[in-house]
Design a protein around this ligand. Structure first.
Ligand code: C5P
Length: 237
């Protein structure tokens, strides 16, 4: 299913490649985050890209604009399909990320990757956000960050499925909404792990998610391919 992005949150390239092979035809792409990237480096990205997979490089860049621009350019040269930054890095940082992606892609006469912004991590709830000094409803904060990202020229946001419907209404049909925090409807799959704001795959897509990101419910299952197939079926794909 084109909309299903599987988080390869594993420690070795071998495990990642085995999962990618196992999930062929079911996953629409693979997300490489800080765990696998820190362990194995850019080679794991290049190999998956070479094998024809769409790679979402989830390193959530958050730094001064020039540093983020350099990181985005480097990721673009790896051939990633999507990458992300933290919206809380600010408008100038997001504009720099967008420009860097377009310029680096131009150099290799390729399409630029989708550059999206993380709004509020799906592991945080309102109390956790309040402890960080952010007052007011969490959904308002997510919406403000999403609007900032859109104005800065980014292609979309990462947001929990609980905020998806509101963001879809606010940001329009062309803005990508990528939603982690997906948990199954079956008892064994409903475990939230460290996610605080979850929904089923079907619920997230019905709410307007462009892509769903699923990690542990698939890669931690005894049979990842069957788990992915169940999620695809549940999502109506
Ligand atoms: O295992 P699980 O399905 O919870 O994996 C969700 C993935 O999405 C993890 O790789 C996590 O880093 C990522 N993610 C998230 N919340 C965000 C951004 C990314 O859970 N806001």
């Amino acid at each position: 299913m084109d909309q299903l992005l599987v988080a390869l949150d594993v420690d070795t390239a071998e495990q990642a490649f085995a999962l990618a092979d196992d999930l062929a035809g079911l996953a629409g792409g693979f997300k490489i985050g800080s765990r696998l990237f820190t362990a194995e480096g850019p080679a794991v990205v290049e190999t998956l890209v070479r094998r024809g997979h769409r790679v979402f490089l989830d390193l959530k860049f958050h730094d001064i604009p020039s540093t983020v621009a350099g990181a985005v350019a480097a990721a673009t040269r790896l051939g990633v399909w999507m990458l992300n930054v933290h919206a809380s890095g600010g408008a100038e940082m997001m504009r720099a990320a967008h420009t860097a992606a377009v310029e680096a892609a131009d150099h290799r006469t390729a399409s630029p990757p989708l550059v999206i912004a993380v709004t509020v991590l799906t592991s945080l709830d309102e109390a956790a956000l309040g402890a960080l000094g952010v007052r007011g409803p969490l959904a308002d904060h997510v919406e403000a960050l999403a609007s900032l990202a859109q104005q800065a020229g980014l292609d979309g946001v990462v947001a929990s499925p609980r905020e998806t419907a509101r963001l879809r209404a606010r940001c329009g049909p062309a803005f990508a909404i990528v939603t982690p925090g997906i948990r199954g409807v079956e008892p064994g799959q409903a475990k939230p792990d460290d996610q605080a704001r979850t929904l089923s795959a079907a619920g997230a897509i019905a709410a307007g998610a462009t892509y769903i990101v699923v990690g542990r419910p698939i890669i931690g299952a005894p049979d990842p391919r069957s788990a992915a197939a169940r999620i695809v079926a549940e999502a109506g794909g």
